[in-house]
Design a protein around this ligand. Structure first.
Ligand SMILES: [Zn+2]
Length: 318
């Protein structure tokens, strides 16, 4: 089974050709998310064709296309449901019709975090586990859930994907989603600069001299004793830990997988979340496993290939 896969982000798009769970060729491109979606798609098609050439495959040999998109999506209808000022025109664009016209093949579409969850569940840290929640810590906080062996989707395709928008602080910061006090609004790369600038000790912190204020810098400066960095680190670890307890209480998983770009910046994150969850999650049956993702940046691309396999009926639908 050969799939063309795309993990679409706000700043970059990862593309790959995947055969039976193995990436044959890949590339990363700037997202160019200011372009209208229908203007951006021909570039993706051209990149996939050139990746097929690189993998020495005839484009006609592919079985389908899988896309993970950073938005609410209706995977049953293959439609993106909302736009966030990126790729104007993407909402309700008929991607399935586009894929058939362009490649003559079916298309599977999912929310990006759910695509990553599907990858980890099928061939990564969630393998063999029927009840899994995954949270990706990055620009935003993405969540996907497998419950009783089925990918949780809900009435409108959004169940589980709003796990980063469960409230962690009453009266907290207003989130882009409209809610107040979401985990994503309280601690994520998107809000890190605002969090830092709001602190009185930021101006005198070494963080103020960093060319890129990201979590890698926060963890690195915290390790040297920088008070502002320590406060931002501890605040963020607390927010993510509370978010994970919310996921445990909401979805009753056996295992919670932690992934996303921020996880690559520190080894402190997993043990901190684990200690908090094991102390505060109400799980009379025992302790939820808190596991690191295994597929890293490839999780959503590989998830896309499993989505295609499901779409084609090559594996049972989940
Ligand atoms: Zn929110």
């Amino acid at each position: 089974m050969i799939a063309l896969a795309a993990d679409v982000g706000g700043s970059r798009i990862k593309l790959a050709v995947v055969r039976d769970g193995t990436i044959l060729a890949r590339r990363i491109e700037p997202a160019q998310s200011q372009l209208r979606w229908e203007q951006r798609l021909p570039g993706l098609a051209a990149s996939w064709r050139s990746l097929c050439t690189e993998a020495r495959l005839d484009v006609a040999a592919i079985d389908g296309i899988g896309i993970g998109f950073p938005s609410l999506v209706d995977s049953a209808r293959g439609r993106i449901l909302d736009e966030w000022g990126k790729f104007p025109g993407c909402a309700n664009f008929d991607l399935g019709a586009w894929a058939r016209a362009m490649f003559g093949k079916p298309l599977a579409l999912e929310n990006d975090a759910r695509a990553a969850l599907i990858g980890e569940w099928r061939q990564g840290a969630g393998r063999g586990c029927d009840n899994v929640a995954m949270i990706t810590l990055g620009t935003g906080l993405g969540v996907g859930v497998v419950m009783q062996g089925r990918v949780l989707r809900g009435a409108h395709g959004q169940a589980g994907t709003l796990g980063g928008h469960l409230t962690v602080r009453y009266g907290g910061r207003t989130c882009v989603c409209g809610n107040i006090g979401c985990a994503e609004a309280e601690a994520s790369t998107a809000v890190l600069r605002e969090l830092a600038l709001a602190r009185a000790d930021f101006a005198s912190s070494a963080l103020a001299t960093e060319p890129h204020l990201d979590y890698e810098a926060v963890f690195r400066r915290a390790d040297t004793g920088d008070a502002c960095a320590i406060a931002l680190r501890d605040h963020s670890l607390a927010v993510w830990s509370v978010a994970v307890v919310n996921l445990i209480h909401a979805y009753d998983p056996e295992r919670v997988i932690i992934g996303g770009g921020i996880m690559q910046s520190s080894d402190e994150i997993l043990p901190a979340i684990r200690a908090y969850a094991h102390s505060h999650a109400h799980t009379a049956w025992g302790k939820v496993e808190i596991a690191r993702c295994e597929l890293g940046d490839d999780a959503a691309l590989l998830g896309c290939s499993w989505m295609v396999a499901e779409k084609l009926g090559a594996i049972p639908a989940a």
